[in-house]
Design a protein around this ligand. Structure first.
Ligand code: AHR
Length: 343
């Protein structure tokens, strides 16, 4: 009876994983779980391809789609089978996918976590199964012994860089002492991209007595919600005061631009716009003068992730934390840089 329950549970996990992958356009996890022992020894046989289970946050932004593409292309180039699941920005879908990967006995699990908290139990399950885990992009807030490597951007530094750029820009315009009223479109609450960018920017803002954060709400990193929240800012009590917008990603900034125009203001002039990521589309808006600064967040690190996976399977030493390289761009760089943008 106990055995029956166990098989039934396994069947349900696999069926749900298929449904999840299929409904998101993601590649379904491998049909038959690998029969290699837990710990992913698929690569012991050189004929067998290494299998990596990768659960992505979703498809909420151009950044995210570029990151998915980079992981898929680099896995293929490295001869790795990538079992891909799009979690539609839901942590519960991610936890579910990780459990399916454990059942499949993949060689490595890669998680791009939606939010920082709530990972202990499932990471402990992966550890107990002997499967190495790579955390990619955003961070997890738990005992670092529960995963092997984290790779991604320094979100706190990005937030600080946005603040430092703004201070310099205002000073160059002779507005260093003027009243600055800032609206913030936050990313997904409790994601490390939101936490780091908010904290880093707040740290710099606190050094300026004339800066005030008058609006601060989440647009969940999507264009549509960025526009909706900006709409509420432009109808709120501070509408006429706002002279800076910090959008925590390009999607929300682009969504906000037409809302600002519809409110009779000139984006990039009446309201200085600083954003994060650096998509080609956002660079286009910067060439047009509507966006003033882009703090880059680099999504193209699939090659590094696949390299880490191979090293983990081979039992080689890997750094616990790997930061990707990124820059800061403003209007003067926009036209020259737009063609170099990778996404
Ligand atoms: O975690 C990285 C952030 O997630 C990117 O800034 C954003 O565009 C994405 O949705």
């Amino acid at each position: 009876m106990k055995k029956f329950h166990k098989s039934l549970a396994l069947m349900l996990v696999l069926m749900m994983a298929f449904a999840l992958a299929a409904c998101n356009g993601g590649k379904a996890p491998t049909a038959e779980p690998e029969t290699s022992p837990a710990g992913g020894t698929n690569t012991a046989d050189p004929e067998k391809k290494m299998i990596v289970g990768f659960v992505q946050v979703g498809a909420e932004s151009a950044w995210r789609n570029a990151n998915t593409k980079s992981m898929q292309a680099e896995a293929e180039a490295a001869g790795i089978t990538l079992n891909f699941v799009d979690a539609q920005q839901k942590q519960e879908n991610q936890i579910f996918a990780v459990r399916a990967f454990i059942e499949q006995k993949v060689d490595v699990i890669v998680i791009a976590p939606t939010i920082e908290t709530g990972w202990e139990t499932v990471l402990q399950e992966a550890k107990d199964a002997g499967i190495p885990v790579v955390i990619a992009d955003r961070k997890v807030d738990c005992d670092p012994d529960l995963y092997d490597v984290w790779i991604g951007a320094n979100f706190m530094a990005e937030g600080r860089n946005a603040g430092k750029w703004l201070a310099k820009y205002l000073a160059a315009q002779g507005r260093g002492g003027q009243e600055i009223n800032i609206a913030i479109l936050q990313g997904t609450v409790d994601s490390s991209a939101q936490v780091g960018r908010s904290d880093g920017f707040a740290e710099i803002a606190a050094r300026h007595d004339n800066w005030r954060i008058v609006e601060d709400q989440t647009g969940d990193f999507t264009r549509i919600q960025g526009a909706e929240v900006m709409e509420s800012f432009m109808q709120g009590a501070n509408a006429d005061k706002i002279n800076v917008l910090i959008a925590q990603n390009d999607e929300m900034a682009i969504g906000a631009i037409s809302v600002i125009e519809n409110a009779g203001k000139v984006p990039g002039k009446d309201i200085i716009i600083v954003t994060f990521d650096g998509s080609k589309e956002a660079f286009g808006w910067m060439v047009g003068g509507q966006i003033n600064c882009i703090v880059e967040c680099n999504p193209v690190f699939g090659d590094q992730v696949m390299d880490i996976c191979k090293k983990l399977v081979a039992g080689e030493k890997v750094a616990k934390e790997v930061y990707v390289i990124e820059g800061i761009y403003d209007e003067k760089d926009a036209a020259a840089e737009i063609e170099n943008r990778p996404f």
